[in-house]
Design a protein around this ligand. Structure first.
Ligand SMILES: CCC[C@@H](/C=C/S(=O)(=O)c1ccccc1)NC(=O)[C@H](Cc1ccccc1)NC(=O)N1CCC(N2CCOCC2)CC1
Length: 214
């Protein structure tokens, strides 16, 4: 597999979004993964609805948190995902207005991905962006470069944020992951987080999942 790969160059990633003051990071991680899976399987890149998950996914807890693995389950129960356009994001827990006739994407299932970062890179290259959990402590103080926070500041066993790995590479000998965040394009590097690849930093390798689409 190549030394570097970036799904943004292959029409599998939508523009960076902003979750606002709602703890819906898990929903953005989920839609980001499914946008990529759908684009690569069906050659169509849709921007998918996080608000549908916030309002209608009763397994998760809307603005109070959730898990992509649970969201995949909920999407299968609901019957699929609507587009961002049809079910707009407004960053508050609201009444579910899901309309099954507007579904554009359906799921077949989901997979757990290896915690080995080399195997993760191979999976990403072969299949698309990966939804992950990460300890976001260091992300709150990130202004660029390749982050490599000390373990004492970024406990790999306390994951609190859901984000999306869209690529990987090496810069001046340092391997890194390219992570799409949901805090707007003004945060980090145009909305992205570049973090060291290879030593399980901040637990980014411990909860890697993907939906499988029809
Ligand atoms: C209050 C929810 C905050 C939100 C993200 C908010 S955030 O704004 O992106 C942010 C994160 C970190 C620092 C600052 C800001 N975090 C989540 O939703 C995180 C995301 C995550 C964590 C671990 C692995 C993958 C994804 N999840 C969670 O917070 N939760 C996971 C599910 C859990 N349920 C409890 C009851 O039993 C069922 C499970 C509730 C908490």
């Amino acid at each position: 597999f190549p030394n570097s790969w970036d799904w943004r160059d292959h029409n599998a990633v939508t523009p960076v979004k902003n979750q606002g003051s709602c703890g819906s990071c898990w929903a953005f991680s989920t839609t980001g993964n499914i946008e990529g899976q759908w684009a690569l399987t069906n050659k169509k890149l849709y921007s998918l609805s996080e608000q549908e998950l916030v309002d209608c996914d009763k397994i998760d807890e809307g603005c109070n948190g959730g898990l992509p693995s649970q969201a995949y389950e909920a999407i299968m129960k609901l019957g699929g995902l609507e587009t961002e356009k049809d079910y707009k994001y407004d960053g508050h827990d609201e009444k579910c207005t899901f309309n099954k006739t507007k579904v554009v994407v359906t799921l077949q299932g989901a997979v757990n991905i290896s915690q080995n970062e080399t195997e993760m890179a191979v999976w990403l290259y072969k299949n698309g962006p990966i939804s992950i959990g990460i300890n976001a402590f260091a992300m709150q103080f990130y202004f660029g470069g390749i982050a490599h926070p000390w373990k004492i500041f970024c406990d790999p066993s306390s994951l609190d944020h859901g984000v999306l790995i869209v690529g990987y590479g090496v810069e001046k000998g340092e391997p890194f992951w390219i992570i799409k965040n949901s805090w707007g394009a003004d945060w980090g590097r145009e909305g992205y987080y570049y973090v060291y690849r290879g030593d399980g930093t901040c637990g980014l390798n411990t909860m890697c999942t993907s939906a499988t689409v029809t």
